[in-house]
Design a protein around this ligand. Structure first.
Ligand code: NDP
Length: 446
């Protein structure tokens, strides 16, 4: 029976990778939804495809020695996970954060496979990063770290092989330093990294893409349900790249985003987040959110998570990090009137929280669908780089919106096809998996 096959795969992985909690969580969520698809397509079970799919094609781990401003040598661990290349070159961001380890990067790379498949663009799944903490480091330290990181990474990437981008702790500044080092070691090849600054072949709208994309996804969902963002109170967590541009698009569409957060605390601003102030604090000065409260005393600042605050809202967009919403917090959100949860971050809801949303008729939009706008525009950046052309802001934005509409409809329709209406988790997993599985089999499972 297919159910037994799926269970056996799950048990094998739990035994082999018992210490990789986040990776197992991502795989468990995926496996919990794919049985009906496998029953319809026995060829995948016959070829033991799940066992092959859950094993990365390649794991690269390396040391990253670098010198701090005092001239002392430091060392961090660098990684690149090349998980699946059935649909194209490995594609996925680099994360610099002290929590980075193999489990977190494997979960991110695994999710990336299906996310990238959902975009309909020719990109495989990968992820990488280092347990380096950019917070409190000088520009010079960041530069020396990035140069050392790329000295090793450059041996494993290329425009037709593996094309990294940014993620937590890696923005335009870091991509610039990484690119400079790649150029010095290999050759000038714009297509080797995405999320580049506009001055050397970055794409317009890439910075905004993930945040805008989440909001476009929800906008289509609302429109399908004869509703809109107009006048809605929205909770947003995080105050990085994804959160800032989600807030920007929400305001453009008539909603009122009333919160943002960082790893220390939460701002609740009932009048709506002051976006210019937030950008100034986070993008220009790189300060903490306490500076927002100082500049805007009418806002509330509390230490701790947004999801512990008892605030009424209709929509929640978690845009910070994995496992930021647990079951108790999910219950409170539902009690407070939240009807849509769309993930700007990757896996911000625990499996129990996600299932609670689905069981309680919340439109729960998983990250692998809702936050695919970032990687989609990264793939558009790759297209522009190979054409040696740059597209206008309007053109990229329109393509992004079309892609997000398509992903929303695919998830919605796939869920319906499998008698699980409004279960976008199932819809996203099956639709992404269907594309990857077919390509893997047609390529001889190599
Ligand atoms: P940034 O580094 O720009 O911002 C991250 C934000 O999340 C910061 O406000 C940070 O606060 C907060 N944060 C990070 N870790 C924690 C934590 N452990 N607890 C509480 N808050 C935390 O990253 P992005 O905005 O790029 O990424 C945010 C999420 O979106 C991640 O899950 C990422 O994987 C996902 N994502 C990003 C994409 C992109 O294009 N950038 C694409 C798709 C998904 P602090 O400053 O205090 O650390």
């Amino acid at each position: 029976m297919t159910v037994d096959y799926v269970q056996a795969i799950k048990e094998q992985l739990h035994e082999k990778d018992s210490n990789q909690t986040e990776f197992l969580q991502a795989v468990d969520e995926f496996l919990a939804t794919v049985t009906p698809f496998l029953e319809k397509h026995p060829e995948y079970e016959e070829n033991n495809l799940l066992a092959i799919l859950t094993e990365p094609e390649r794991l690269i781990q390396f040391r990253v020695p670098w010198q701090d401003d005092q001239g002392k040598w430091q060392v961090n661990r660098g990684y690149r996970i090349q998980f699946n290349s059935a649909l194209g070159p490995y594609k996925g961001g680099l994360r610099f954060h002290p929590s980075v380890n193999l489990s977190i990067l494997k979960f991110l790379a695994f999710e990336q496979i299906f996310k990238n498949a959902l975009t309909g663009l020719p990109i495989g799944g990968g992820k990488g990063g280092a347990d380096f903490d950019p917070k409190g480091k000088s520009d010079g330290e960041i530069m020396r770290f990035c140069q050392s990181f790329m000295t090793e990474l450059s041996k494993h990437i290329g425009p037709n092989l593996d094309v990294p981008a940014g993620d937590i702790g890696v923005g335009g500044r870091e991509i610039g330093y990484l690119f400079g080092q790649y150029k010095r070691l290999c050759q000038y090849d714009a297509g080797v990294l995405t999320g580049k600054p506009l001055s050397f072949w970055g794409s317009l709208i890439r910075t905004e893409a993930t945040g805008y994309g989440v909001v476009y996804f929800v906008n289509h969902l609302l429109a399908y349900n004869k509703d809109s963002f107009e006048g809605k109170r929205v909770l947003v967590s995080g105050s990085g790249n994804v959160a800032i541009y989600a807030i920007e698009k929400l305001q453009q569409l008539g909603a009122t985003p009333i919160s943002c957060s960082d790893s220390n605390g939460t701002i609740i601003d009932e009048a709506g987040i002051d976006l210019d102030l937030l950008k100034e604090i986070k993008e220009v000065k790189r300060e903490r959110l306490t500076a927002y409260k100082e500049a805007r005393p009418e806002a509330i600042y509390v230490e701790g998570s947004l999801w512990d605050q008892d605030v009424a809202a209709e929509i929640a967009l978690p845009c910070a990090t994995q496992n930021e919403i647990n079951l108790e917090q999910a219950k409170q959100l539902v009690k407070n009137g939240v009807k849509v949860v769309a993930e700007g971050a990757n896996m911000p809801a625990t499996l129990e929280a996600a299932e609670y949303f689905i069981d309680n008729q919340v439109h729960y939009c998983p990250g692998k669908a809702a936050n695919a706008g970032g990687v989609a525009v990264s793939a558009l950046e790759m297209s522009q780089n190979s054409q040696r052309l740059t597209w206008s802001k309007e053109e990229v934005d329109q393509r992004l919106e079309d892609i997000m509409k398509n992903i929303y409809e695919t998830c919605r329709d796939t869920a319906k096809e499998y008698d699980a209406e409004n279960n976008y988790m199932l819809g996203a997993n099956i639709a992404g998996f269907a594309n990857v599985a077919q390509a893997m089999l047609q390529q001889g499972l190599v």
